[in-house]
Structure formats: structure tokens, C-alpha cells
Design a protein around this ligand. Structure first.
Ligand SMILES: Nc1ncnc2c1ncn2[C@@H]1O[C@H](COP(=O)(O)OP(=O)(O)OP(=O)(O)O)[C@@H](O)[C@H]1O
Ligand SMILES: N[C@@H](CCO)C(=O)O
Length: 286
């Protein structure tokens, strides 16, 4: 059995902790069979190979009596780079328990469990449902609503350094002044309305008008402003900080992608540029 989970790009500008989209990089989790101890084969650097691996801790939190397995993980999703690697591990762990214990979780149940673990639904909900998702929690329970997908590609600029979500969250202010909070929320509300109305002129302006997190995190990711400027010169629709960063995501028409990628490299930026597309299926068995 192989479980496949897509990467996800959260926030999309003003949708902090509530909006995310599944994108075409994948984690594949293969179940090789029963084992004396949990064993996770992977080539993902320092991540654990035993029962402390996040995929296993998640599976055991869902099904504590799950017998130890030999697992193989192959992932294209860079760890701690703002493309939802931790969410892909959580969703894979939930699906592992779901399959091995025949739990028959609905998609909604998976979103609830994964969001409780991650704390917010913006990466886990699209990784489960696919597509573009808006969600939050009310009275301790999570709801996620699928939004229409916009018909464009992504150029992901993936820097050579990583940035842990915890460190990127530590850069955020403890409080926002009332008038600033009202404005930030109005930007986000109008952004969501424009996505559902498919009013992309408005949506892509607002994607670059976040007041919740980018102003505080851009010092951690100096490439954000630089790539946004390059995007404006090369036909991009909008650029935002993917999740907690450091990946910088540019929404762009497929026809404009090549020249934009060349411009990023010509500017001397040292990261990778990868063309991504929305994933519409979410977690699945392959
Ligand atoms: N394939 C994986 N297997 C097991 N654990 C993983 C895997 N990928 C990520 N993790 C865990 O998630 C941590 C990284 O999570 P973090 O939230 O910092 O980054 P991210 O999820 O890539 O970024 P973002 O949430 O901004 O998209 C790793 O240190 C590790 O504990
Ligand atoms: N919304 C989250 C995504 C990363 O978990 C953040 O920006 O911190």
C-alpha cells in the first residue's frame, strides 16, 4: 500500500492560518509490512527513523494499538520550507491509521483530526481535500470550505535555507491595534469574496496586501520583495510568502513562467524555481 499526500501552500497573502492550496509536490508513504519495532526508511536528513517520526506519532495518536510497521517515505516536499511538510506527515499518519485499522474516516473527520494536531487547517485541509480551501475553528471544531480554483500556475522560489514555522511565528506581534486588525480582516474578507466571485483583478491585488504576517516576516525572507518586483516586470499576477516561508510563491500564467524563472536566476538568487500546479485530489492511495 502506498499513501500519497500533496504539498500545500498556506496563507496566500491575507488568509493567515485559514487559506491554503494543495500543490503538485508529493510525499509517498509505502507500508512494507509488520516489524518488531517501528522503522521509517527515508532520505530526509535528520528526521527520526523510529517511533518518534511525526508520521508514526500521528498514526499512534489516532490508533494507539497499531502494531509496529516497516515504512518507506519518499518525499519531494522540502522540510521546513513553507510547503506544508509537517502537514503532509500528519495527513500521511492519519491515513496510515485509517487504512490499517479500517477506521473509515470521512474527509471531514480527517480534516478535524489533522487540524486539531496542527492547530490550524490551512495546510492539512487542502492536503486532505485537494484544491483551494478556506477554514477555521469554531467552539473547538474545524470547518473547511472548498473555493473555486484560479486557472494559473505557480512559480515556487525555494531558498537554499530553511525556516521553522515556530521561528517564523516568533517574528509575529503579540497583539494588533484595533484599527489595524479591522483593516487586515477587511482585506482578508474581500480577498475570499473575490476568490469565490472569480474576480481575479481584485483577488491578486489583495493577495499582495496582507497585514497579518508578511510585514513582520519579510525581514526573515528578503527575497519576498525582490521576487515580487521581478514578478511585476514579467507578467506575474501576484507573489506571496508561502506558509511560514521561506518559499516565495508567484501566481503566473503558464506562458509567462519561462521568462520569469530566467529573470529570477539572472538576478543572482540562489534558490530553486519550480513550476507547480494545483493538486485537486488530496490524500489518496496509489
Ligand atoms: N516527511 C516527514 N516525515 C516526518 N516528519 C516530518 C516530515 N516532514 C516534516 N516533518 C516534521 O515537520 C517539521 C517541519 O515543520 P514546519 O512546520 O517547521 O515546516 P513546514 O511544515 O515545512 O512549513 P509550513 O507549515 O510553513 O508549510 C520537521 O522538523 C519534522 O518534525
Ligand atoms: N499559517 C501558518 C502556516 C504554517 O504552519 C503560518 O503562516 O504560520
Amino acid at each position: 500500500m502506498i499513501i500519497q499526500v500533496p504539498a500545500s501552500s498556506a496563507n496566500l497573502g491575507p488568509g493567515f492560518d485559514s487559506i491554503g492550496i494543495a500543490v503538485s509536490l508529493y510525499l509517498k508513504l509505502e507500508v512494507l509490512g509488520l516489524s518488531d519495532n517501528w522503522q521509517v526508511d527515508h532520505q530526509l536528513g535528520k528526521l527520526p527513523h523510529d517511533e518518534t517520526n511525526m508520521i508514526v506519532t500521528t498514526a499512534l495518536s489516532v490508533a494507539p494499538d497499531l502494531p509496529p510497521q516497516h515504512l518507506r517515505v519518499v518525499s519531494e516536499i522540502p522540510v521546513a520550507h513553507g510547503l506544508g511538510s509537517s502537514s503532509s506527515a500528519i495527513v500521511a499518519g492519519i491515513e496510515l491509521a485509517n487504512q490499517l485499522k479500517d477506521l473509515n474516516f470521512s474527509k471531514e473527520e480527517k480534516v478535524e483530526i489533522a487540524s486539531q494536531i496542527e492547530g490550524h487547517p490551512d495546510n492539512v485541509a487542502p492536503a486532505i481535500l485537494g484544491g483551494l480551501v478556506v477554514g477555521t475553528h469554531i467552539n473547538g471544531h474545524f470547518s473547511a470550505v472548498e473555493a473555486p480554483l484560479f486557472p494559473y500556475a505557480f512559480a515556487a522560489y525555494i531558498p537554499p535555507y530553511n525556516l521553522k514555522t515556530a521561528d517564523a511565528r516568533a517574528a509575529l506581534p503579540y497583539q494588533l491595534e484595533y484599527s489595524q486588525a479591522v483593516h487586515a480582516s477587511a482585506v482578508a474578507n474581500t480577498f475570499v469574496a473575490s476568490l469565490f466571485a472569480k474576480n481575479y483583478d481584485v483577488a491578486f491585488k489583495l493577495m499582495e496586501a496582507d497585514r497579518f504576517h508578511e510585514p513582520y516576516r519579510k525581514e526573515l525572507v528578503p527575497e519576498l520583495d525582490q521576487i515580487r518586483e521581478l514578478g511585476k516586470k514579467h507578467g506575474a499576477l501576484a507573489t506571496y510568502l508561502s506558509g511560514a516561508g521561506p518559499t516565495v510563491m508567484t501566481v503566473i500564467d503558464n506562458d509567462d513562467y519561462g521568462l520569469f524563472e530566467q529573470a529570477v536566476h539572472a538576478a543572482g538568487l540562489k534558490g530553486k524555481v519550480v513550476r507547480l500546479h494545483p493538486d485537486v485530489e488530496g490524500v489518496k492511495l496509489i
